[in-house]
Design a protein around this ligand. Sequence first.
Ligand code: 13P
Length: 255
Amino acid sequence: MSRQYLVAGNWKMFGNMASNQVLVEGMCAGLDAVPKVQVLVCPPATYLTAIQQAARGSGLLLGAQNLAAQEKEGAFTGEILGSMLKDVGCSHVIVGHSERRALFGDTDAVVAQKVHAALAAGLVPILCVGETLAEREADATEAVIARQIDAVLAVNPVASLAALVIAYEPVWAIGTGKTASPEQAQNVHAFIRARIAAVDAKLGDSLRILYGGSVKPDNAASIFAQTDVDGGLIGGASLKAADFLAICAAAQSQG
Ligand code: 13P
């Protein structure tokens, strides 16, 4: 099946009101050139409303970088409920990014609960999976990814996952300038698709799997050309409109 490419920018904890305005205007000015591609930005939560307004009518999609595991309002200081993200215009939310897993206690079980919370709020979860360098060197890549995916499947009935997006982000490639080779990416993406197809063949076929980890304008096309790569989750290069649009153009130019 042909799957629409999705290019998502994860801005992480960078930027301010003034720089975001310039960035969003620059991105919106280039969207007409990439009509086949879904383009999404995930800024820090404090800027969601301002960016929603700046991007109004442009087709630029808005997402968050994280959400609470809870599904109802309550006394959870500092947390943000999925429905609140939806309320300010988010369609997507990143769940289980490796920085959250490594630094903020997002275990497999928490990540699975957050996927559930995202779906309950009507958000598309972008579930991040990926191995560390030590795990790759120990030949544990597939075991790690299987564990991360199976934890989500254990909590979320497969029938609820039609909207799910998975992002393969090898931890050793994030912010390091080291990209997985197109073949390494394809191998893991094919493994992810097969793992999902084993529980639901149709979902396996329609599932969009993004690659993330040092995607830049000069390597995006060769990664996006792989059969099981359906777009990218872009960190550093999503902070420059020209670079981000060049990556979107690499998706636009695929078959
Ligand atoms: P970089 O593109 O900066 O390597 O970041 C990737 C990432 O973590 C996106 O979520």
